[in-house]
Design a protein around this ligand. Sequence first.
Ligand SMILES: Cc1cc2nc3c(=O)[nH]c(=O)nc-3n(C[C@H](O)[C@H](O)[C@H](O)COP(=O)(O)OP(=O)(O)OC[C@H]3O[C@@H](n4cnc5c(N)ncnc54)[C@H](O)[C@@H]3O)c2cc1C
Ligand code: FES
Length: 270
Amino acid sequence: MPFDVAAEVIANRPLSSDFNVLALAAPAIAALAAPGQFVMVKPGTGLDPLLRRPFSVFEVLRDTGGAPTGISILSKRIGASTSLIYDARPGQCVACLGPLGRPFSRVDAPTEAWMVAGGVGLAPFATLAESLRARGVACTLFYGARRAAELFFLDFFRALGVDLVLSTEDGSVGELGRIVAPLDRRLSTRPASSSVMIYACGPEGMLEAAARSAAAHGRPCEVSVERIMGCGLGGCYSCVVPMRGADGRPHHVRSCLAGPVLAADQIVWD
Ligand SMILES: Cc1cc2nc3c(=O)[nH]c(=O)nc-3n(C[C@H](O)[C@H](O)[C@H](O)COP(=O)(O)OP(=O)(O)OC[C@H]3O[C@@H](n4cnc5c(N)ncnc54)[C@H](O)[C@@H]3O)c2cc1C
Ligand code: FES
């Protein structure tokens, strides 16, 4: 059951001229949130933007005793809502509904977790990596961005013991090009006897490429899809994704309810 709260902004940390992390006081949402779930956020009180926008839960914030106190979101400024999120000030209230949607399924060791993130698609992997490392699962993060300055929280993942494979489109750090290329190479050399689960979040082209690579190497893959979401609750059908059922016939699912995490091999990518 999601909670709808007026969450006070605890802190707003700019990471660059476009990216920021907004910490929100929302203990009830934090207590329930599972890796991969999202919140619907409306930062302003006016009519523009009218609707809330979806954001992955980036961090679950806790007090010194470990009790959940809130969540943070990692936001990339692209329009009206994300500009308001970038400019939000501590003390201000933000409408926040969640947690919503279907989370990632979590594997157990000795299965390895390979997370594939493109840009702000990093957001759901902080909580997923924490949760999987706590279960003793070996984790690798394949993380691609446009440039070195847009690769965030590397030390956070290193401190958890996550192996990092990086790429940038300008070659300023890691491999030059897209992140699915090193993923594909690693999959090619991986013995079939070792178990790997692939999780991907980022632009749709990257999700499709990761899904095709996973399928070509016979590996399971879950992707977190980013559709435009008007309500986050199943009422508006703005977020549908074509899927193929067990009978092979295509049908549409609402990604706010059936997703945002979906089995990659059931999505109709074409
Ligand atoms: C489940 C889910 C989780 C998400 N998590 C995050 C997150 O953690 N961090 C983050 O920065 N963003 C995330 N997004 C994307 C985020 O919701 C959009 O960036 C946001 O809605 C843009 O709002 P805006 O008012 O700033 O831009 P708008 O003014 O609404 O849009 C600006 C432009 O971006 C396009 N656009 C808007 N939303 C999307 C979208 N979902 N996909 C592709 N194009 C879009 C619009 O068509 C328009 O051209 C997530 C989306 C989904 C569905
Ligand atoms: S966002 Fe409204 S039905 Fe999914």
